[in-house]
Ligand binder design. Structure first.
Ligand code: COA
Length: 261
């Protein structure tokens, strides 16, 4: 499918690279980008050839510099609520895709850009990346999940500080506080993101899917309930051919050949 604001490359190795392509406005998220992200990720979810996704921004400067501020000016309260809910739905789709989604953060990831990166499964940052939630500078709060996902990733105290001051953190600080998983030289960003995707793709695909589900669902409930979710999904893994293959291959001292069944 052709998009106005996205470039989608499906590689032969099963990785889809999605690039948000509005470099003149630092890849700011307008309604078209949000609509197209929904269409694109729905399609990638259903495509059995796609095993992992890398999400990045066009150009050398930004991953995504936030929601498009020109679209915020006229929002009334009802539209504001709908605006936030719309973005949240699309980001939830990305978070719960059932396949790993790696954010390759190539520059500014601010506001909605930081929120988008946090909805991804893992984050690899260029050493040039800068992340933050600067919404308070505009008299608003994060609306695409920032007040919820940031404290889950970095803890309440750090999240409060970043959200209330709007302070940007550089890639190293983002790594230190757990906001990104890895910092790499700028020119190696895509290679490193692909490497990480391939490492995950070499594991049992259903195990990867259920592990992500256990972590995501478990974080929303009590420990007791989370452990029940884990045990249920562990049980489901035991019904898969991948589990038979993985355990047998270990005992036979060979590499497993997972089929995702
Ligand atoms: N929405 C709409 N346009 C944006 C944008 C956004 N979130 N972020 C950047 N742009 C536009 C700028 O208006 C500018 O357009 P112009 O060339 O027509 O003037 C262009 O992108 C380049 O940005 P510029 O500000 O000139 O680059 P810079 O290097 O001086 O600063 C930033 C980079 C990221 C620090 C700065 O653009 C910024 O603060 N952006 C807004 C971040 C933000 O508040 N995001 C949260 C939104 S809820």
């Amino acid at each position: 499918m052709a998009y106005e604001t996205l470039i989608v490359e499906k590689r032969e190795d099963g990785i889809a690279v999605v690039t948000i392509n509005r470099p003149k406005v630092l890849n700011a998220l307008n309604a078209t980008v949000i609509d197209e992200l929904e269409k694109c990720f729905t399609e990638l979810k259903d495509d059995p050839q796609v095993k992992a996704v890398i999400l990045t921004g066009a150009g050398d400067k930004a991953f995504v510099a936030g929601a498009d501020i020109s679209g915020l000016v006229e929002l009334n309260p009802l539209q504001g609520k709908e605006f936030a809910e719309r973005g949240q739905r699309v980001f939830n789709l990305i978070e719960n895709l059932g396949k790993p989604v790696i954010a390759a953060i190539n520059g500014y990831a601010l506001g909605g850009g930081c929120e988008l990166a946090m909805a991804c499964t893992l984050r690899v940052a260029s050493e040039k990346a800068k992340l933050g939630q600067p919404e308070v500078n505009l008299g608003i709060i994060p609306g695409y999940g920032g007040t919820q996902r940031l404290p889950r990733l970095v803890g309440k105290g750090r999240a409060m500080e970043l959200i209330l001051t709007g302070r940007m953190v550089d890639a190293q600080e983002a790594y230190q506080i757990g906001l990104v998983n890895k910092v790499v030289p700028h020119e190696k960003l895509m290679d490193e993101a692909i490497e990480l995707a391939k490492t995950i793709m070499s594991k049992g695909p259903l195990a990867v899917k259920y592990a992500m589900e256990a972590v995501n669902r478990g974080l929303e409930v009590s420990l007791e309930e989370g452990l029940r979710i884990e045990a249920d999904l562990f049980g489901i893994c035991c019904a898969t051919e991948d589990k038979t293959e993985g355990t047998k291959a270990f005992l036979e001292k060979r590499k497993p050949n997972f089929q995702g069944r």
